[in-house]
Ligand binder design. Structure first.
Ligand SMILES: Cc1cc2nc3c(=O)[nH]c(=O)nc-3n(C[C@H](O)[C@H](O)[C@H](O)COP(=O)(O)O)c2cc1C
Length: 398
């Protein structure tokens, strides 16, 4: 066969275009980390938390604190470090807007950081006493740094704890769980026999009416959030679009920890970021089809008053402990806080408290108010670490 000069030029042109397109796709895939696990400076705090530079100093407590669970990975904290105390400040500018209108979740996250710090104290030769700021979240000042608690330190003999060692292994796992394997009896027993500190209690369900009702409350609340434009826009502000943005912010949510299958993850990372409606619509689908149906255990943490500042910290401390216990036992966990987020939102809008009634029916005890909900089970995949700002970024001297 002979190829005419015109046809040859056309074929050469098409070949060049294909090469450019392939080259562009490879560049974009590389730039957006399509085939790579997240790495680099935003993930260093997971490896550096026991650095000799911090060991035996109050900074070792901060290095453990910043690895804690926290809402939308906002990391709403600043630590003012002195020789004998650390002030834990709420950075109220790092808020979730209508998703957390009373900074309740922010304070639960601060409680999580405090628990890690308390666990890190003995390992670094300190004993720690936590003095929480009193008062209600309903009247809390905003717009800057607000003291959440002071951790007072005194020297003591060094001692370690298995929960302290579990700190870098705890990650939120948003994949499907293996519900058929159930939930380990010994861990369930340990959770139900946790000492009652009078401030925060666990309710755990593995089957039955309350399990079904809590699962349904989670799915319904998620649909309600997705229908609330302001809420999803406020949530979306904390979604990071690719490794460059994450390298700059070192906080917020990323696709790698969203619980997507490898093929979907690669496609989602390659394509332009979805707008808030679509990404939150996909999240509602995951909640309904994966998160709730594959859970072997659904649970809540309740307090007497969910807007009391010390009680919000206590709920966070309990959540961090429970998640560390589970991580040490190879069990996956994942907060599903939509039912309580809707309680806050209805309150903010002055709406009838139907989300409150829905959750109160699950708890079944008017003396306790649920402030946190989660699922647990055997993992089907390991979760990845999420980004963190460094100790230096979040520490103030004196
Ligand atoms: C108060 C609070 C509420 C949270 N709510 C949710 C939630 O509703 N859905 C979710 O997937 N993760 C939730 N999380 C988990 C955070 O997104 C997660 O801890 C954060 O992104 C850091 O990731 P890591 O836990 O893997 O370190 C919540 C965490 C806290 C402390």
């Amino acid at each position: 066969m002979t190829v005419s000069p015109t046809r040859r030029r056309l074929l050469q042109g098409a070949g060049a275009l294909t090469l450019i397109a392939v080259g562009g796709a490879i560049w974009r895939a590389h730039d957006r980390g399509v085939f790579a696990e997240p790495s680099g400076a935003p993930y260093d705090p997971w490896a550096m938390w026991q650095s000799p530079d911090y060991q035996g100093t109050p900074l070792a407590l901060v290095a453990a604190g910043i690895l804690a669970s926290n809402p939308h990975n906002t990391q709403p904290w600043i630590f003012r470090v002195r020789e004998t105390e650390i002030e834990v400040l709420a950075d109220t500018t790092r808020n979730l807007g209508t998703f957390d209108p009373y900074l309740r979740e922010m304070h639960i996250g601060l409680g999580c950081a405090i628990e890690n710090m308390v666990l890190a104290a003995p390992a670094n030769g300190f004993s720690a006493a936590v003095d929480p700021a009193q008062g209600s979240l309903l009247g809390i000042e905003r717009g800057g740094m607000v003291r959440a608690a002071t951790i007072r330190l005194s020297r003591s003999a060094a001692a370690s704890d298995p929960l302290y060692e579990a700190i870098p292994h705890r990650h939120t796992n948003r994949y499907a769980y293996d519900r058929a394997r159930g939930f380990p009896e010994d861990l369930l027993r340990r959770f139900t026999s946790l000492p009652d500190n009078g401030n925060a209690v666990l309710s755990l369900f593995t089957e039955g009416e309350a399990f079904d009702a809590l699962g349904q409350a989670i799915v319904s609340a998620t649909d309600e959030i997705v229908a609330d434009h302001e809420m999803i826009e406020d949530s979306h502000r904390w979604f990071r679009d690719g490794p460059r943005e994450m390298a700059r912010e070192r906080s917020g949510l990323e696709l790698d920890t969203a619980g997507l299958s490898p093929a979907l993850l690669a496609a989602a990372k390659f394509l332009p970021a979805l707008p808030a409606e679509q990404s939150h619509g996909a999240w509602a689908g995951q909640t309904r089809d994966t998160h709730v149906p594959t859970a072997a255990l659904l649970g809540t943490i309740s307090v007497r008053d969910r807007y009391d500042r010390p009680q919000a910290l206590a709920a966070g401390r309990l959540w961090q402990r429970v998640h560390l216990e589970a991580s040490a036992a190879g069990i996956a966990m994942h907060p599903l806080n939509q039912p309580v987020e809707m309680i806050d939102r209805e309150r903010q809008l002055g709406k009838e408290p139907s989300a409150e009634a829905r959750l109160a029916a699950v708890i079944g005890n008017p003396d306790w108010q649920a402030t946190f909900a989660f699922r647990a089970g055997y993992p089907t995949r390991e979760a990845m670490a999420s980004a963190r700002r460094s100790v230096e970024d979040v520490t103030k001297a004196g």
